[in-house]
Design a binder for this molecule. Sequence first.
Ligand code: SAJ
Length: 431
Amino acid sequence: MGSGMNVCVVGLGYIGLPTAAMMALAGHDVVGYDVDPRVLRALADGAAHVKEKPVRALVVKALRSKKLTLSSEIPAGSQAYVLCVPTPTIDHKPDLSFVQSASAAVAAVLNPGDLLIVESTVPPGTMDRVVVPALRAAGVDPDSVAIAHCPERVIPGAIVKELRENARVVGGRKPGDAEQARALYASFTSGAINTTDTMTAELVKVIENTYRDINIAFANELALLSEELGVDAHEAIALANQHPRVNILSPGPGVGGHCIPVDPHFLSNANPFVTELIQTARRINERMPHVVVRRIVEHVAARDGAIVAILGAAYKANVDDTRESPTERVEELLRERGYLTRVYDPVAERYRGELAASLEDAVRGADALVLMVGHDAFAAIDPVAIAPLLRRRLLIDTRAFLPAARWAAAGYDVYTLGGKRRDPLHFVTAS
Ligand code: SAJ
């Protein structure tokens, strides 16, 4: 079954679109379906909405080969249906309506022996509690088809490479289901494919992102503690990471994106009483935008017309995605306190707030420059060249990204989150 299947990918977003293209280029006949006609129209016009260049190249190639076609209906007659629909949260509670409606739509065309795969990240138990009931409600006997959960694991910024190379975990509902799904993945990925049951696969995906959230929370906690001790947290973390069994992530202004701030809630919702560590990590990371704002307030009074220029609207470096970006929260908190804000991001295109047209527009008359994201493009900013535009030379670097010595030499006061403070709190031990 490894090659030459008829496959339908449901949901052509960040994951579905490159996955569909990759399967098509591996020799399958793939139909890409999306509920949003604008997505289909844009793709037909050659404008993939995923901005990563390798993804665009892959999609163009797959469409040209005609092995990937687009449809505004879920076609009957596919042998495999792969669901890549979003699972957002509303007030920290998972919204599984897209998984539910996509499962119901696929159920209407499923035939005995077909394979249904869910790639969307879901709370443990969703396959049994949402997907299978949707099939039953449509009159499909779930035992007559193969059902698997194969969570996507690719990182925005390196989607194509990771789609090709990452290990996959495939959870099957009954004996044989995972094997059927494994054969499909083996045709286009080179990483290990590990099989298990659906509930374990659901849990594995969510614990991966939760582990990262907890690790970042630890780094953020260390940053704040180090500031009080008068130690550079970045140096301390780098030194600790020399140990063969230590790998601490980097502190920053908060955790954004549509995955890591969301998925830990899938676990804590399952049982709030045994997930204290998970909840605490979430709180620490959610507090980071407040910490950034407090540091700004310490340096610049919110007098009338104080302007804060913010570098970076994306949720992380070199991606255009601004979902759950810490910048949104920082901007909101600053405005509540009476600051004027301007945000500059040469990578992001869509942002909830307004984006300045240029770096110069953003920094003109500013009382502080706050770096929120380490885009490569920001490394080229010349502190001397922009100095005359600023009202005050103050750099607040929340990622320890810009070369502090160079900015200080250009006459800037530099504050680095987690950096060595000149005025640490001195601890006095009772003797
Ligand atoms: N961040 C830090 N410090 C760090 C690393 C990240 O503050 O050391 C921040 C980033 O700036 C960003 C947020 O965390 O705001 C999340 O970024 P990320 O690069 O850690 O992760 P995502 O959301 O882009 O992708 C994650 C990945 N999960 C893991 O690495 C375990 C990816 O593999 C998943 O497929 C993806 O979530 C997903 O879709 O679930």
